[in-house]
Design a protein around this ligand. Structure first.
Ligand code: UDP
Ligand code: MG
Length: 143
């Protein structure tokens, strides 16, 4: 990394959802982010409460699919993580692919491993504001 790249480095929040752990895809997903050159700063296995998932997905509470999303996200352990690198937020979103695995491009995590629009393996922050909010929500103390 050059000096300038270090200066513009940003942090993003990535969560491996229960299907990633159930299907044994944790190593595969983490390896893709590492190989891209992103740095893993924090990583923790957690079991999410309904309250935490409602705060995390506050913008989706009340949508017709929210009940399904809530039971999916709380049915097993997740892995919460923080990744750092220049342009990390947009880069991780690209590596993850479109929300619906059926639409996601091959070569992306969802395009290669997910079939549908709910069980899509991974969450990644979509903006600097979301990254700050999500890192604070899941890791409190981390900046
Ligand atoms: N989701 C769903 N049905 C939908 C849209 C979203 O079950 O029609 C779930 C899916 O797991 C998705 C999450 O809700 O990853 C958050 O939705 P968002 O639109 O923020 O998609 P993302 O940012 O994860 O691509
Ligand atoms: Mg989102």
């Amino acid at each position: 990394m050059t000096q300038n790249e270090r200066e513009v480095a940003e942090k993003t929040f990535v969560m491996l959802k229960p299907d990633a752990l159930e299907r044994g895809l944790v190593g595969e997903i983490v390896a893709r982010l590492e190989r891209k050159g992103l740095k893993l700063e924090r990583l923790e296995t957690k079991r999410l409460s309904k309250e935490l998932i409602a705060r995390h997905y506050a913008h989706l509470v009340g949508r017709d699919f929210y009940g399904e999303l809530e039971s999916y996200a709380t049915r097993g352990d997740v892995i919460a993580s923080i990744w750092r690198g220049p342009g990390a937020i947009a880069i991780v979103r690209k590596l993850v692919g479109a929300t619906d695995g059926a639409e996601a491009e091959p070569g992306t995590i969802r395009g290669d491993f997910a079939l549908g629009g709910t069980e899509n393996l991974v969450h990644a922050s979509d903006s600097p504001e979301a990254a700050r909010r999500e890192i604070a929500l899941f890791f409190g103390d981390a900046r």
